[in-house]
Write a protein that binds this ligand. Structure first.
Ligand SMILES: C[S@@+](CC[C@H](N)C(=O)[O-])C[C@H]1O[C@@H](n2cnc3c(N)ncnc32)[C@H](O)[C@@H]1O
Length: 281
């Protein structure tokens, strides 16, 4: 084999390496900014991610990169890092029983304005499932239905706003709901579905960081969906957030938690109704 044949076709850049001190600094900065506590298994991956981001930002060391983001809270690099470290796993009608509970709850309030906050909406499957459920339950009988869909991850929010999904992602949606609420893509969009505009118009998408000292929220909600997100925060952070949710719920309002989340021992502001659904105490 000659030299040219032995050489790789293209060479990967040598990324700056993160040492233990860099990792500690990064984990602390991320936790302060987002509340996310990185598990041990993620810390290895974090080193490579930081090296990659430092390289892309034109820096020769992870240390230099960390100093830059620590000193510049408004840097767009933060959005990249937050996207890299958030877990966006979600699905349409995930934990189906919650949508049955929401449907019953909405039917009982058919003639009143209804508003729901989906506070970790990821790529949009959850707020669209909420809006479809509200529309199915109340239909035209209720003109005042709205959903606030928020997340810390601006890249996930951008995908959510588009409301375009592969057929594979849309598989949990019942066929009649798919027909009623989605348009099928054609040509270059074949194999994709897009949420119909009248459902998208029910939803306002907004960047909200749950650990920020104040939230840009000026209304009360009939329900708050905060599912599969608190598990990434430590207990004091979870308690603080729950105590701030309580006054944002209208009387009789519901708080939906993820299937593996238990808020009972964190605060007495909420009482478990069942199936990881809570009401203000
Ligand atoms: C695993 S997803 C859950 C999505 C959806 N709630 C569900 O149950 O299918 C967790 C979401 O929480 C968001 N998140 C993490 N930290 C956050 C914070 N401090 N404020 C707001 N959203 C956050 C992530 O960006 C991610 O989209």
């Amino acid at each position: 084999m000659n030299d040219a044949a032995a050489r790789p076709f293209f060479s990967l850049p040598t990324l700056p390496k993160a040492d233990a001190e860099d990792l500690h600094r990064a984990v602390t900065a991320l936790r302060r900014r987002t509340g996310i506590v990185l598990g041990e298994h993620k810390i290895d991956m974090a080193g490579r991610t930081l090296g990659l981001h430092a390289h892309r930002a034109g820096m020769s060391s992870v240390r230099e990169y960390l100093t830059m983001i620590e000193q510049n809270v408004g840097s767009p690099e933060w959005n990249q890092l937050i996207s890299a470290f958030t877990v966006n796993h979600t699905a349409f009608f995930r934990e189906k029983y919650h949508f049955e509970i929401l449907a019953e709850f909405c039917e009982a309030r058919k003639n009143k304005p209804l508003s729901v906050w989906c506070c970790a909406s990821s790529t949009g499957e959850e707020p669209y499932s909420i809006a479809i459920t509200m529309h199915e339950a109340c239909g035209r009988a209720n003109a005042g239905m709205s959903v606030l869909a928020s997340d810390i991850d601006v890249h996930a929010l951008a995908r959510a706003r588009k409301g375009v999904y592969t057929m594979d992602r849309a598989r949990p949606i019942r066929p009649e709901l798919l027909r009623r609420y989605f348009l099928r893509g054609a040509g270059a969009q074949a194999g994709m579905v897009m949420i119909k505009p009248f459902i998208r118009e029910m939803i306002t998408f907004e960047e909200v960081n749950l650990v920020d000292a104040s939230w840009p929220i000026k209304q009360k909600f009939d329900a708050i969906f905060c599912r599969n997100t608190m598990i990434y925060f430590d207990k004091p952070t979870q308690t603080r957030i729950l105590q701030r949710f309580a006054p944002l719920l209208k009387p009789g309002g519901l708080l939906f938690a993820g299937h593996s989340e238990n808020f009972t021992y964190l605060t007495d502001a909420f009482r478990l109704k069942g199936q990881t659904v809570y009401t203000a105490a």
